[in-house]
Write a protein that binds this ligand. Structure first.
Ligand code: FRU
Length: 352
């Protein structure tokens, strides 16, 4: 029979989070207007609905991660905010914290207000069009991230052992690469999963290639792939500028895997899993170590409920952190869409 004290120790040990994820990505305010169809420029129309909600890749992904991996895993969001006391910031952090996401590592950087997006979602097409402003808020400081990783080590017993770091590429790729290096050197475990999100079309190929050598996983947006396809496929197979090109369905389906393979050709020695969601088609992945391509078809939904943050949700749902990497238990189905089988539904492995 256990003493009360023993039972308490056991209870505390079970309750304490075992692992901790560090997740860097944007947090902002989303003002969403839902319209029947996307409006013409220079016209007036009325929205069907409007809402003010928490947004930003990092905020959206960490909320989903917490829902999926919650339990004994601390999900720590890191990023810049103007001031905790700023009303919009307090609203945004309140939503994140209510969902169980840890916000203690954020950086207060000043500025005019929380970064804000104005978003028009069209019921007709399911598209979302985003215009955003930083409101004078700068990006996360490298030194702040490094200090946060040190703090994670000090807080290990209470909040869990660092098990995975995700970095949205919000600065130049070399800055993200230095942040990745800070995570590796401070944790002292170079095998820990480290993922990056390459979303912004403006990021140059050579910088991204250098970054890929330092991470175990990368999430590419279709916008980035499309913006760089000419450069990536500069082997004579592309003859016309992207905007003029008419693609057959098969060519459209092969663009992502071809570009990921071309990227691999430029990054010898890179050994990560590179993932790219491709809208209603599905998602592609490439194992950079072996060159094997994978594909998972999208499941058609009868109705689009909310397309804002679909990519952020996908990234969080795709990520399965463990000591051996993200998603080690996945048997992705091979190659082209036509020959695809599904990713297993139970693509889950626990932290650690
Ligand atoms: C969606 C989103 C929005 C935000 C915008 C900019 O992916 O995260 O919530 O306004 O992108 O980060």
């Amino acid at each position: 029979c256990k003493s009360e004290a023993d039972a308490k120790v056991e209870h505390d040990m079970l309750e304490r989070p075992k692992d901790r994820i560090l997740f860097y990505g944007n947090l902002c305010l989303d003002n969403v207007l839902e319209v029947a169809a996307y409006p013409k420029e220079d016209t007036g129309s009325r929205a069907l609905a409007s809402r003010k909600v928490l947004g930003g890749n990092g905020a959206n992904s960490t909320r989903v991660l917490k829902q999926l991996r919650g339990g004994r895993c601390t999900v720590s969001w890191i990023g810049p905010v103007p001031r905790r006391g700023d009303p919009d910031t307090a609203f945004a952090l309140g939503v994140l914290e209510a969902d169980g996401v840890d916000t203690s590592l954020l950086e207060e950087v000043g500025g005019e207000g929380l970064p804000t997006s104005f978003i028009v979602t069209s019921r007709e097409s399911g598209s979302r069009t985003i215009v955003s402003t930083r409101n004078g808020v700068r990006e996360l400081g490298e030194a702040h991230l490094e200090a946060a990783v040190r703090r994670m080590l000090q807080e290990e017993a209470r909040l869990g052992r660092p098990c995975w770091c995700h970095l949205e590429c919000r600065q130049a790729p070399e800055v993200t690469a230095r942040m990745a290096e800070a995570w590796r050197s401070v944790t002292g475990d170079r095998a820990l999963p480290l993922s990056v999100e390459v979303e912004k079309p403006g990021m140059d190929v050579s910088g991204v290639v250098a970054l890929l050598g330092t991470c175990t996983h990368a999430f590419f947006s279709s916008e980035w792939i499309k913006a760089h396809e000419d450069e990536l496929l500069a082997d004579g197979s592309v003859t016309e500028p992207a905007e003029k090109r008419q693609r057959t369905e098969e060519q459209r389906q092969q663009l992502a895997p071809r570009c990921l393979s071309a990227l691999r050709g430029r990054a010898p020695g890179a050994a990560g899993l590179w993932v790219c969601a491709w809208g209603d088609l599905g998602a592609f992945a490439l194992d950079a170590a072996t060159g094997t391509s994978y594909f998972q078809p999208a499941v058609k939904q009868a109705r689009v409920v909310d397309s804002v943050g679909a990519g952020d949700t996908f990234n969080a749902a795709t990520s399965t952190p463990s000591r051996r990497g993200l998603g080690p238990s996945w048997r992705w189905s091979a190659a082209a869409p036509s020959r695809a089988a599904r990713w297993p539904r139970s693509a889950s492995a626990r932290c650690g």
